[in-house]
Design a protein around this ligand. Structure first.
Ligand code: DGJ
Length: 468
């Protein structure tokens, strides 16, 4: 009994003490567990933080690679010359520098600077280590068959499913002529070309996806008319690829938009019709598809004195009755819209025919406006390059998947005397930092981030970027 008691006691005691011990053991193990968990979560979190920081650093480095600013002494204002070619383009910007005159003069001694010859072409068929995947703004750019890319005034559609980029643009591979003495230099409508690529540098020709019309003179696409600035978007609801473009007659008096549709990104596109959107004249234009699937048409109107913007119908075949006038009285054309971090941005040019002029960047909280002007986005090069959009005119801004805040600015360097010779100026564009021009409605406090287009004579996308 005693024993039992003894045994019991200690048992009880053990039990009691044990309870106390167990309790404290439980408490300590709990504390231990919590500590271990805490430590684990700290390590884990710091792992995550490190990964986060590393990712941010990588991103910063990639962005920096794109944002290097290059001075360019090749493009210097030459001493004034007495003799000018009679075919130098007549419509010149108001304050022409002699370098712009040189640019427009087809017999200029500086022509090779603006339009380098074939020997320096970007050629994806050549495996030249040093040159591979480098963009050289202004050089001839060959497709995978070795032919110069013909996709002017173009835009790009990215098809995520296949990781493929489709570049659509005007095929201007015909002779340039003046239909009238005072008319603008032109080429006949050949059609809209399409090229495909996975890396944005190597482009495969997919053919003419919307062809000009040879015989029927009453057709919008008859070769004697004008087809410019084609852009394509995909409609998830209908599964159709929809193309919008500027349709005009030889004198630019029809001032309309045209619409075409296809079941495939590489066409063929069926031409539907042309119209004057909202009953207004429409010349340079673009379309923009927002994150919510609503697409918008933006066009220069009222004789290019202002831009109009309005949503498209759900099928993207027409405009709705909603339209706002933006940048009224600013005389802008060549609109290229993009969105970053909930804000809408747009780059436009002035209206000087085929002659280059100063770009402007604009921003808006709502795509329907009001839009504010932030100043010239061009950075680097030299003053003449910055004042002429690097001798080019905006056409499209392409977001780079995987590099938020980084874009490619796509522009055309028009060769007005021989339009098929026009070149592409692609440069990195970034959004960040304070805008450099006091805005109209903000009492001097900049609200928008700066849009910067960085001049590079030679540049490439970061090696780690997913497209390469
Ligand atoms: C400037 C426009 O941006 C181009 O698309 C083209 O229409 C030329 N004018 C014609 O002079």
């Amino acid at each position: 009994m005693r024993m039992r008691n003894k045994q019991r006691k200690p048992t009880t005691l053990h039990c009691n003490a044990g309870s106390r011990c167990t309790l404290s053991a439980v408490v300590w193990s709990l504390v231990g567990c919590i500590l271990i968990l805490h430590l684990y979560s700290l390590v884990h979190q710091s792992d995550g933080n490190e990964r986060d920081i590393q990712e941010r650093l990588n991103h910063l480095q990639l962005s920096r690679e794109l944002e290097e600013v290059e001075e360019d002494n090749d493009f210097q204002i030459p001493p004034p010359r007495g003799k000018r070619s009679p075919r130098a383009v007549k419509r010149r910007p108001k304050r022409a520098t002699s370098l712009i005159e040189e640019f427009l003069d087809e017999s200029s001694q500086f022509k090779h600077l603006f339009f380098p010859d074939k020997r320096t072409a970007m050629d994806p068929r050549k495996e030249v280590e040093d040159d591979n995947h480098y963009f050289y703004p202004g050089r001839i750019w060959l497709d995978t068959d070795g032919n110069p890319i013909q996709a002017h005034g173009g835009g790009i559609l990215y098809v995520e499913k296949s990781g493929t980029y489709y570049w659509y643009g005007e095929n201007k591979d015909g002779p340039t002529y003046h239909a009238h003495k005072k008319g603008a230099a032109r080429v006949d409508i050949i059609g809209v070309s399409c090229y495909s690529s996975k890396d944005l540098w190597t482009w495969k020709y997919e053919g003419i996806v919307l062809a000009g019309e040879e015989q029927n003179e009453t057709h919008d696409l008859h070769k004697s008319n004008v087809l410019e600035r084609p852009k394509v978007i995909y409609n998830e609801k209908t599964g159709k690829y929809v193309m919008w473009m500027h349709i005009d007659d030889v004198n630019y008096t029809k001032a309309s938009v045209g619409v075409a549709v296809s079941n495939s990104p590489i066409g063929p596109f069926e031409y539907l019709y042309s119209m004057q959107p909202h009953g207004f004249d429409s010349r340079d234009m673009t379309i923009f598809k927002d994150d919510d699937g609503v697409a918008y048409l933006v066009y220069s109107s009222e004789d290019n004195s202002e831009l109009h913007i309005g949503p498209l119908t759900d099928d993207y075949f027409d405009v709705t009755h909603i339209m706002r006038r933006i940048l009224v009285g600013k005389h802008r054309e060549a609109p290229a819209i993009f969105k970053y971090d909930g804000t809408y941005y747009m780059v436009t040019s002035g209206c000087t025919g085929w002659a280059p002029n100063r770009a402007l960047a604009h921003a808006a909280e709502s795509i329907m406006g009001p839009w504010e002007t932030m100043g010239n986005p061009c950075v680097g090069g030299n003053e003449v390059l910055r004042q002429t959009t690097f001798f080019a005119q905006s056409t499209f801004v392409l977001p780079l998947p995987g590099l938020p805040g980084s874009f490619i600015f796509m522009a055309d360097r028009w060769s007005s005397a021989d339009l098929r010779e026009s070149r592409y100026v692609w440069l990195p564009l970034a959004v960040g930092g304070a805008a450099d021009q006091p805005l109209e409605y903000n009492f001097g406090f900049p609200l928008w981030s700066r849009v910067s287009i960085y001049w590079h004579r030679k540049w490439k996308l970061p090696d780690h970027w997913k497209g390469i």
